[in-house]
Design a protein around this ligand. Structure first.
Ligand SMILES: Nc1ncnc2c1ncn2[C@@H]1O[C@H](COP(=O)(O)OP(=O)(O)OP(=O)(O)O)[C@@H](O)[C@H]1O
Length: 257
């Protein structure tokens, strides 16, 4: 199997309700895939089913044998009264070498935070520490559930640039959920628009034009998308085409509701 993770005909129940149905999904090495969708559309449920935290009620999820996966769940909170340093946090639940901790913190842009108290971190610093923790086992895939919640727009854009850089340097795939459509769209190779089922998917610019997507999100994101592309090209000196990754444009699939 070349896919790192694959779902076929996936349905998942939360309590009495089937909140996901008929989901076919796969992600290949090195790909950046973003899941968008309204509140309650099943985005976190999909991620949790893919990491194995929720069981399918129908269909299947297959992860590549021995897959190294780094997962940052949504809205992880720390007990503010718990005295724990960033270094110690990275040693839970397993101890890691000082070198592994330092490397992960550096990769996540949190190299200067090792000795800080978790409770004293800003929102952006906290997210970078969670990313460092997910990077500890040199994952083949990072699964990030709304990793930029609470960050302002420049910090969000910076976070997604970091994610792209990590993918380029480490070769890991990235699957994330985001509500920040305008900044995340162009940082993705492929976007999946979820609303209980996959209502459209494909290259970001194609999805942004899809009727189903516009019905859910409106059509006002194009200017911001262009702005972000412009800013981004300063950093990377290429036009976001990601030629080295997989071309999904041919497989666009935008069916009605
Ligand atoms: N533990 C649970 N028990 C019962 N229902 C749940 C549970 N977790 C989620 N749900 C329901 O399942 C549906 C999908 O939730 P999910 O968290 O996957 O949506 P989401 O797209 O990630 O939403 P958001 O954008 O608000 O984070 C929602 O209707 C939610 O109320």
């Amino acid at each position: 199997m070349s896919a790192l993770v694959e779902a076929r005909g996936l349905a998942v129940r939360q309590g009495p309700r089937e909140v996901l149905r008929d989901v076919d999904f796969s992600i290949a090495p090195g790909e950046i895939v973003t899941v968008v969708g309204p509140n309650g559309s099943g985005k976190s449920t999909l991620l949790r089913a893919l990491v194995g935290a929720l069981k399918p009620s129908r269909g299947s999820v297959v992860r590549q044998r021995g897959l190294r996966l780094g997962y940052v769940p949504q809205g992880l909170r720390m007990d503010a009264t718990l005295p724990i340093t960033v270094s110690r946090f990275l040693d839970l639940p397993h101890r890691n070498s000082a070198e592994a901790r330092a490397t992960a913190l550096d990769e996540a842009g949190a190299g200067d935070l090792a000795g800080r108290q978790m409770s004293a971190l800003s929102g952006g610093q906290f997210q970078r520490v969670l990313l460092a923790r997910a990077l500890l086992n040199t994952p083949q895939i990072l699964i990030l559930d709304e990793p930029t919640t609470g960050l302002d727009q420049p910090a969000q854009a910076q976070f997604y640039l970091r994610i792209e850089d990590l993918r380029d340097r480490l070769g890991c795939a990235v699957l994330m959920v985001s509500h920040e459509l305008h900044v995340v769209m162009s940082a993705s190779d492929r976007v999946i628009c979820l609303n209980g089922h996959v209502c459209c998917e494909g290259h970001p610019e194609v999805v942004a034009q899809a009727e189903e997507y516009r019905a859910l999100f409106g059509s006002g994101t194009k200017g911001a998308l262009a702005l972000y592309r412009h800013e981004h090209s300063h950093h990377h000196d290429h036009d976001h085409a990601h030629d080295h990754t997989h071309d999904h444009a041919a497989g666009e699939n935008c069916d009605a509701g």
